[in-house]
Design a protein around this ligand. Structure first.
Ligand code: AMP
Ligand code: MN
Ligand code: MN
Ligand code: MN
Length: 288
């Protein structure tokens, strides 16, 4: 039986727009057999997602997407098959959420200086979990008509050197990998083609990640072109990394990234799930 994997998704616990249960329902309806919930710096949606997955006969992989600052750039590291109870992981994520909170207040102050009042309060009201994301600010700014789309809000207000951007330090790459490993999980560089960096810098990132014991590259991603995926598949081979695949779904408002509509991994890849005992992980799904 060929299982359909989607190993990167978000719920209301971070900057997605569906509850964990709604997300799982939508994944099951889209033909996903194995879904990872990977909220930003947060694991609070996993319990609800697991309960919904049991009811829907879907296999839920507990995950997280850790924010990292590497050589002054933000890089995201997905952790898969983590134990959400792990205390090194939870202590690390709590620190990132604290930084997020301070950053959100500072974004509000900077946007106010720029003539946009009430952004922090509005973003806080949109955030239904414990984290505030730039996405919440973006929805408020787009709704208020400050730009014609969420994407344009990022471009004009929220990217580095724009009025609402607040620089700061997330986790180090080493911390992110070690928190994920402490929680018994596997570390995956999320959407590796999306980072704006030279080829030599990208190789440096992948090399350091391998040195730290990182396991995989997200070769297929909702934000990759087919060409990106083939390029990342080659890197995975060269660096001896496994390959993961995930939509990075945030909700039905972003229809260009659908759940369960991912192209297959290029043939040269070793899927991260090739080492998973799916019969043990997902007996319910395999029985149907
Ligand atoms: P944060 O982790 O709070 O800095 O926010 C990062 C999130 O913003 C990402 O996970 C995306 O969901 C979203 N994002 C980043 N860049 C863009 C963009 N250009 N257009 C739309 N959403 C974006
Ligand atoms: Mn996001
Ligand atoms: Mn990401
Ligand atoms: Mn993501």
């Amino acid at each position: 039986m060929t299982l359909h994997y989607d190993l990167h998704s978000h719920s209301l616990a971070s900057d997605g727009t569906l509850s964990p249960a709604e997300l799982v329902g939508s994944a099951a309806a889209s033909g996903v057999d194995v879904l990872a919930l990977t909220d930003h710096d947060e694991t609070g949606g996993i319990a609800e997602a697991c309960a919904a997955a049991d009811a829907a006969g879907l296999c839920l992989i507990p995950g997280v997407e850790v924010s990292v600052t590497w050589e002054k750039q933000t890089v995201h590291i997905v952790g898969l098959r983590i134990d959400p109870e792990s205390s090194p992981l939870q202590q690390g994520l709590a620190r990132l959420r604290e930084f997020r909170h301070w950053r959100a207040e500072e974004m509000g102050r900077r946007l106010a200086k720029h003539g946009i009042e009430g952004a922090y309060e509005a973003a806080s009201a949109l955030a239904r979990g414990r984290i505030i994301s730039r996405t919440h600010f973006a929805h408020f700014l787009a709704d208020e008509g400050h730009a014609k789309s969420v994407r344009d809000v990022f471009k004009h207000f929220l990217k580095p050197r724009k009025p609402g951007h607040v620089p700061g330090e997330w986790a180090t790459l080493e911390e992110a990998v070690s928190w994920i490993h402490s929680a018994g999980g596997q570390a995956v560089i999320a959407h590796p083609a999306r980072y704006t960096m030279s080829a030599s810098k990208r190789r440096k990132l992948f090399g350091e990640f391998v040195e730290l014991g990182g396991e995989a590259l997200e070769v297929v991603s909702g934000s990759h072109s087919l060409g990106d995926s083939y390029a990342m598949a080659q890197y995975a081979r060269q660096f001896g990394l496994l390959a993961s695949a995930g939509s990075d779904y945030h909700g039905p408002e972003n229809p260009w990234i659908a759940l369960g509509r991912l192209p297959p991994l290029p043939k040269s890849c070793r899927p991260i799930w090739s080492g998973w005992d799916m019969e043990r992980a997902c007996p319910a799904r395999l029985a149907v």
